[in-house]
Ligand binder design. Structure first.
Ligand code: R5P
Length: 294
């Protein structure tokens, strides 16, 4: 028997995943105590079930992650047969190594805590670095939302689009979107100052004059990466600039920063609940669950 428990951070997505896999729902009651501590409670019996907990860890990341840990551990204590965690946005995954001596490898710490809580399977979406999923002692699968984003972009009536990755590391994602749109892609080189966080993007000649440009990234946080790329293509005569990402974190000021650099449309997925979460990752998540867990 399979059941899906939509966590407090991903209720809508959890309902969609349940619909896609044809599973019963286990609603999760949640609240925050006056001192800020989190509380969760399964409202139905989970004993003997294969339970899928859906909880993305976007801001407030720490709260969402603690809720996730509480749900996974409690499901195991209550006798769930196996527990899968669907965590589309895995917070801290950008900290995938010790960039400076003495730093925490935070992304890995979170994954190990999930293992200690008893998770049997994990599905995440467009994780910043797949390498942190290796050797965890439980199966972890990364799926991409890029074809789903591309389907949305295909309906925008783009003019001879060029798909651009604002960072060499996301060239693969730009390539997927370009293929779906039947067009070409390119990339920029970006560096980030490890101490100040400032992003610098190298100017590069691109065939963008009179064309629409779709800038594709995994995460939009401050919007600085997208704004730099948008400025470069606007200066070279790009017509419209569209920004598409899997995880629209959109820290304060991000939308304004991108708009003032010439970005007209921002689209993201429901990995993060935001005003631009126009594409659902439910079909990609459901496919991974059907293939490897259910
Ligand atoms: C980092 O390398 C990621 O792929 C994104 O480009 C980055 O997280 C975006 O952050 P921001 O919007 O703050 O520039």
């Amino acid at each position: 028997m399979v059941a899906v428990a939509p966590g407090p951070a991903s209720k809508k997505l959890g309902f969609k995943v349940a619909g896609e896999v044809g599973a019963e729902l286990v609603e999760v009651e949640s609240k925050v105590f006056p001192d800020g501590e989190s509380y969760v409670r399964f409202t139905r019996d989970v004993e003997g079930k294969d339970l899928v907990v859906v909880q993305s860890c976007y801001p407030p990341q720490d709260k969402h992650f603690v809720e996730l840990l509480l749900m996974v551990k409690t499901a195991k204590e209550l006798g769930a047969r196996r527990v899968a965690a669907v965590v589309p946005y895995l917070a801290y995954s950008r900290q995938d190594k010790r960039f400076l001596e003495g730093e925490a490898v935070s992304g890995r710490v979170l994954l190990e805590l999930l293992g200690a809580a008893g998770v049997d399977f994990l599905v995440t979406v467009d994780i910043h670095s797949e390498s942190i999923l290796e050797g965890l002692g439980y199966e972890a699968v990364n799926v991409t939302a890029m074809p789903l984003l591309a389907r949305y972009l295909a309906d925008l009536g783009l003019e001879r689009p060029l798909v651009l990755s604002p960072d060499r590391r996301r060239e693969r994602e730009a390539g997927i979107v370009a293929r779906e749109l039947g067009t070409e892609h390119s990339w920029l080189e970006k560096t980030r100052d490890l101490k100040t966080g400032e992003v610098k993007t190298q100017v590069k000649e691109l065939p963008v004059e009179g064309r629409d440009v779709v800038i594709v990234d995994d995460i939009i946080s401050t919007g600085g990466t997208i704004a730099n790329a948008a400025r470069i293509v606007k200066e070279q005569g790009a017509r419209r600039v569209v920004a598409a990402c899997t995880h629209p974190i959109l820290s304060p000021g991000a939308e304004e920063r991108m708009r003032s650099a010439g970005v007209e449309i921002v689209v993201g997925t429901d990995s993060v609940e935001s005003s631009v979460s126009l594409v659902t990752v439910a079909p990609a998540v459901a496919e991974a669950l059907k293939r490897r867990f259910l």
